[in-house]
Ligand binder design. Structure first.
Ligand code: RUB
Length: 355
């Protein structure tokens, strides 16, 4: 069986739709900027176009861009007829497209490392390896979903921010929504509050769409309503994804996460991140060392190309913020739920010990 046929079969067996796949040298992905109104497939045959799709958020979410990094290296191998030096250069370009999410860097590095032992069969090996990475991420989603569902009680109301779900991952539920989806599939009666997530509205456009598809009851709120909802007792738990977890447990996630975490602590509401062990970056000692991507201010002054502020208004768009580990109750991974002290317990995960 060809890698693509194997992949399609795996997804069929699990009754899931493939979010990202590659056929005959063309990468196919759902254009997330068009959601929820259209599920349009974007076709990409060059590393340059892939970089553009990542920077312009056609594909986004740390898991999904990690998978794209792997396929991007396969495309680079095809485009350069398997020239390892040029493949490495393409990898450096891909890594520069979004600086905060570490999965992109890690999958590119993993693929480039593999070129060293691939010999004559470099192109074929790159395709196999990309499929392997996609499948591995999908397995992680089920595993972390099962661990994470342990902290969700029947009757819980869970708040999430941004979109940490299937379109932004390997297709089951990404990270936060894998926890929520698993709890729902276990028969727990849950309700989700999804923050709209200004300015890109990933929560309103994509999380609400997935919750609807999964049949999970939910309520959309604007980001500035989370304090009210928490102080009034609407929320039992918070589960968000992570773009990078530093060695001390601080995490980078979509801007706004930090303010939700502070309000959660003030109201004794447990705050979890659902992530994979690959999002933990031991080369980053603390949140202070994470580069926060600054996006174009026009994304704040405009919506869908329409201005929403007087012409000439200055704006700022830090795409992520840092939530200090002191505000985090637990880090849900495919290897188990990591509790405090994070500094020591995160290290144990890297040596495969469940803590
Ligand atoms: C995405 C974002 C998501 C994370 C975590 O930002 O902040 O919350 O990717 O989710 P953007 P996950 O929309 O700018 O890519 O861990 O599932 O990737």
């Amino acid at each position: 069986m060809r890698p693509i046929e194997q992949l399609v079969q795996q997804y069929k067996d699990r009754e899931l739709a493939l979010p990202i796949w590659c056929e005959n040298g063309t990468l196919k992905l759902i254009d997330q900027t068009k959601l929820p109104f259209k599920e349009e497939v974007c076709q990409i045959a060059s590393v340059h176009k892939l970089g553009e799709a990542i920077s312009s958020m056609k594909i986004r979410g740390s898991g999904a861009i990690g998978i794209c990094g792997a396929y991007g290296i396969f495309l680079a191998a095809l485009q350069t007829n398997g020239d390892p030096q040029k493949v490495k250069k393409a990898g450096d370009f891909l890594k520069s497209t979004r600086p905060t999410a570490v999965n992109l860097m890690k999958t590119v590095d993993e693929m480039v490392k593999e070129t060293k032992s691939s010999g004559q069969n470099l192109i074929a090996r790159m395709e196999e390896k990309a499929v392997e990475i996609l499948n591995r991420q999908l397995d992680f989603e089920y595993q972390l979903g099962t661990y994470g569902a342990e902290v969700i009680n029947d009757g819980d109301t869970i708040m999430t921010h941004c979109h940490s779900g299937a379109f932004g991952g390997a297709g089951y539920g990404g990270r936060a929504l894998s926890v929520i989806r698993t709890a729902h599939e276990q028969g727990k009666k849950i309700h989700v509050y999804t923050c709209e997530t200004r300015p890109y509205l990933q929560g309103a456009r994509i999380t609400a769409l997935e919750l609807k598809k999964f049949g999970i009851p939910h309520t959309l709120i604007t980001d500035n309503m989370s304090g009210f909802c928490m102080s009034e007792g609407y929320i039992d738990k918070i589960v968000v994804g992570s773009d990078r977890v530093a060695a001390n447990g601080d995490l980078a996630n979509k801007v706004g996460t930090y303010m939700h975490a502070i309000v959660a602590q003030a109201n004794n509401i447990p705050f979890y991140t659902a992530t994979s062990s690959h999002t933990i970056d031991f080369n980053t000692p603390s949140g202070r060392d994470i580069e926060v991507e600054m996006r174009n201010a026009s994304e704040v002054t405009h919506f869908n190309g329409m201005p929403i502020a007087p012409e000439g208004t200055q704006a700022l768009y830090p795409s992520f913020d840092i939530t200090p580990s002191s505000l985090i109750s637990g880090i849900i991974t495919e290897k188990g739920i990591i509790s405090k002290p994070f500094e020591t317990n995160l290290r144990k995960v890297s040596s495969k010990v469940i803590v």
